[in-house]
Design a protein around this ligand. Sequence first.
Ligand SMILES: Cc1cc2nc3c(=O)[nH]c(=O)nc-3n(C[C@H](O)[C@H](O)[C@H](O)COP(=O)(O)OP(=O)(O)OC[C@H]3O[C@@H](n4cnc5c(N)ncnc54)[C@H](O)[C@@H]3O)c2cc1C
Length: 503
Amino acid sequence: MPNIAKEEMYDVIVVGGGNTALLTAIRAQEMGAKKILILEKAPKHERGGNGYFTTGIYRVAHNGIEDIRSLMPDLTEEEKQMYVKPYPADQFFSEYMMGNSGLGDESMMQMIVENSLDAIRWMKDNGIGFEIAAGNIRRENDKLVVQNPTPIQCKGAGAGLNDHLYNTIGESDIELCYETGVTKLLRNPSGHIVGVEAQNNETIQEIKSKSVVLACGGFESNQAMRAQYLGKDWDLALVRGGRHNMGDGLRMALEVGAQPFGNWSHCHATFIDAASPQPARREDGEKTSKRIYVFGLVVNSDGKRFVDEGQDEIAFTYARYGQYVLQQPDRIAYQIFDSFGNEVLQNRPLDDYKGVPFTSADTLEELADMLAINKEALLKTVNDYNNDIQPGNHLEYYKFAGLQEDMQAPNIVPPKSGNAFPMNKPPYYAYAVQCGITFTFGGLKVNKRGEVLNWMDKPINGLYAAGEILGGLFYTNYPGATGLTAGAVFAKIVGANAVQDHK
Ligand SMILES: Cc1cc2nc3c(=O)[nH]c(=O)nc-3n(C[C@H](O)[C@H](O)[C@H](O)COP(=O)(O)OP(=O)(O)OC[C@H]3O[C@@H](n4cnc5c(N)ncnc54)[C@H](O)[C@@H]3O)c2cc1C
């Protein structure tokens, strides 16, 4: 912690050093704040929170190629003419709401949807580059086509975004301390937030500020809180991202009377490589994710399936399916593919199934023996599945596109509601997976201005929150690529209000 004089008064203190925090600080400066301090608990080599690990994909409502052109000036002449399927705001909203079983906070969700394009444009104006995510542009009848609703990716993925934002901060006069965790919010006798207590290895210090923005994530890295709020065995889940999101911001805010909000017993969790190192390695990024189960079958060591691998597009199932692995024997499962399925995995532009641990065998019997899966049960599972397949007819197209809904095995339990390709072309491949928690859904209640609300739904003067720490954004599910968008939308709003309210 640098020497911050006792009488020093900041305009804004931003707690956290992830994408939301940095964008908030940049916005606060744009809006006229003179003295801004970012406090990041992680050391410099671990800075950037979960955002660093991401592929940097943003879910954005847009009207097709014109909007895309406005975000991506580097498109080639041919790309500037391509067809990009629009992703209208009402589609974004209804997929978002439906995925959350109708439970989401409608006004917050609308805010994210309606401001998504504007927030990304603002990031672009701040020098952040965007491109079409790898593998999303295809050639159809001599025309380039983008069908995927989430093709917008920042250049260099999460790491590139992080580096860019830290460079911007470094070139500004925004102050930044690493290895400095905020431990407490300071209040005056009227209950207004007037600063923070922060701690590094050597000292604990009180720092004064006119406003404080909490952008320090959820409690996914805190085993005790996971067991307490998410339930049995969640302390044993693997963590996909940074290790510093211990629920500090939530605890501090609740201590000063903030209102807990949203679904505290639920989280975003996916299948990840069972051998994923802990803590997660930043250089692995998304490599440990195993979410292309839609081309195979997922079984436990009893040889039984437990999810509908083809229930929906991957973006709408992957964040839910991790939780079910925790309930399987030894909390482990196997994604099984035949050579057709594995070829799809190996031909993807991402390297999540390339050069990673797997087991292969010429027969399912051998595969079962190698992995100590109940052999008879596995053979029955695969036979029942193959016998139940109702064939569709667009195999080649969906080798690349994701989900073919007319390829179904509807009568087995659970059914496979899409991409039910026969599992009969040896060799067979198995990828061992466990539950990997990404982030928690429970959080703080804020109003549309990003002010943290107390039990009476009144703003706590001087306290704001943005990003993963917010409650009410996700309940039972998460539409892929909404986290970064939510962070950017709220950073822009909160960064402005935290300054304007306390001039
Ligand atoms: C592997 C992976 C892939 C993902 N892919 C995508 C994707 O492609 N698209 C998408 O939209 N979302 C994705 N997400 C989700 C996304 O990363 C989060 O939604 C987003 O990063 C949340 O941003 P944030 O700034 O709120 O939190 P974070 O990025 O997690 O930042 C929180 C920061 O707070 C700091 N902190 C914590 N406690 C304290 C304290 N007491 N004092 C000071 N600092 C503190 C942490 O060190 C950290 O720097 C992915 C997540 C993971 C793990």
